[in-house]
Design a binder for this molecule. Sequence first.
Ligand code: HEM
Length: 339
Amino acid sequence: MKKTILTAVASAATLVALTATPAVQAAETGDVDPTRMVDAFEATNGKFEGYRRSGAKGICAVGEFVGSPEGRALSSASVFSGSPIPVIVRFSVGGANPKAADNSKGQRNMALQFNLPGGETWQMGNISAPVFGASSPVQLLGRVESLRPDPATKAADPAKVKAFVDANPEVLLQGKYFASQPVPASFGSVNYWGVHAFGFVNAKGETQFGKWIFEPVGGVAGLSDDEAKARGATFLFDELRQRAQAGKLAFNFNLELAQAGDKIDSATVPLPEGRKKLMLGMLKVTSVAPDAGGDCLNITFNPMVLPKGVKGSADPMLAARAAPYGVSLGRRLTEGSKQ
Ligand code: HEM
């Protein structure tokens, strides 16, 4: 089932890439002012003072990561040394609403900060879909602006939404993926994708690009519609605490290896099915915050904060994240951080 959906996502994305309209091509270049981007998020998704402008409903946790021999062979980064590396973790529900319902379909996030020897850090923000909802910052801005509610009707203008989607069909791929998946039973029972390609550089200076997935060691589990209804809108945090206490909150850090010719500069195009996958190590989440505090609260998980031995790809969405995350962090710190 999963394979079929991923193939559908991949082939739909390939089709989009092959048949790109001029509007899509235009959307593939250009920067967006980060203040304008965050303003657009607030205008469309609502403004919730003190909260992250995306992934607002979240919880801190801590854990440790142990790298594997495959990880060490692929990258000289100290994270793969095999010694336990402390990790700050934040799990969240997608979107700007701090009261988002846990029993709804859609995005879950796992953000990580590896605290490496010598004061080095590695930050990442991973999502529960193999693709993002836009392939460039201009396209993301256009999509968010097209969804802005009209003050009179309090709803987005359907004609504007349709016109944007018709010109930028790949913005629908992520939503189609979520619609095909059940409500996650736990933050600990869903896959988290890095979505962008990253380069892993070994001791000889050779680079292997790939896309990673954190896969739950205990397997993926979703809820039926009836179960989701019965669970209610707030069950994820308590379930997570119990799972960590039982020692059942762990993820394999797997890397799908790109081959020559694979598209590695798009957050809306996964690698082709069947690429070789290596297990680079295991993340164990050992303890979950008892309340809304914790070490993750005032971090912005910036995916350009990389250790020596790992480098970014040319995906325009990757470099575009740092600045708006900084704007969102600045606003929530000034307002008084909450989650
Ligand atoms: C230009 C494109 C993007 C913009 C403007 C954007 C915007 C934001 C903002 C404003 C935040 C809150 C930051 C904070 O207050 O610390 C955020 C969080 C997040 N974003 Fe993005 N995002 C973008 C692309 C992506 C992509 C491609 C992914 C896919 C992996 C992603 C995954 C996440 C995750 C997981 C979080 C929550 C992190 C946490 O727990 O702190 N974002 N995003």
